[in-house]
Ligand binder design. Sequence first.
Ligand SMILES: Nc1ncnc2c1ncn2[C@@H]1O[C@H](COP(=O)(O)OP(=O)(O)OP(=O)(O)O)[C@@H](O)[C@H]1O
Length: 222
Amino acid sequence: MSSGVGMVDNLATLSTLDEHSLVEELRARYSRGIIYTYIGDILIAFNPYAPLPIYDSAHLFKYTDVKIQSDVPPHIFAIADRAYQNMRRTSTSQCCIVSGESGAGKTESTKFLVQQIAHLCNYSSGNLQEKILQVNPLLEAFGNAVTVMNNNSSRFGKYIELKFDPEGNLLGVHIFEYLLESTRVLSHGEGESNFHMFYYMFAGLYEKQLKDNLLNSPDDHR
Ligand SMILES: Nc1ncnc2c1ncn2[C@@H]1O[C@H](COP(=O)(O)OP(=O)(O)OP(=O)(O)O)[C@@H](O)[C@H]1O
């Protein structure tokens, strides 16, 4: 195993496990452009706030049916692969919890998880996977808004249930939403906005439709 600050893929293997060494290790990795690190079975993901070339099809294949996790660098695709393999091997449901503060990257991480799971069962489920990924913009239109923390902040909790047959083929998906911040329709803080859908109406409706619905411009409405 490599030594030196920023070279440790799993923080649980550090000899000193105090706050200072954990933070220094993560800082060194981040400054080298490495956003993923394990701590035991948990994946820590830093938000790079920039597109990274680590989500292309080469990476989807690299994290497919991985036998020894430590052979490949930490990655969100590895979490999907491990969950899928565990489900196939043990025939039991798996659950991935994505948590973090607003703007930490939970929504993006979840999309990558679903993308990799869709890839793992690619040959049998046709365009269902596409539908799962394509439903996101629709959900985000009605449930996401600009906040001071994040210009695409999810204002609701999401529980995504993917269902598989015994052969590991994707059968369908249930998306449960809860705790939608519906008060945002009436008011929001300074520097924040209504749900994206509100602005899409102004951008997408014909002039007559806008007029018939008494819609002038977003600024004219509380
Ligand atoms: N892995 C990533 N690669 C590139 N950009 C990312 C990544 N993760 C997050 N981002 C960027 O950060 C922004 C905020 O991330 P995201 O919406 O996923 O945060 P969140 O934790 O879901 O926030 P909220 O709780 O407010 O909904 C994204 O719109 C995207 O621009």
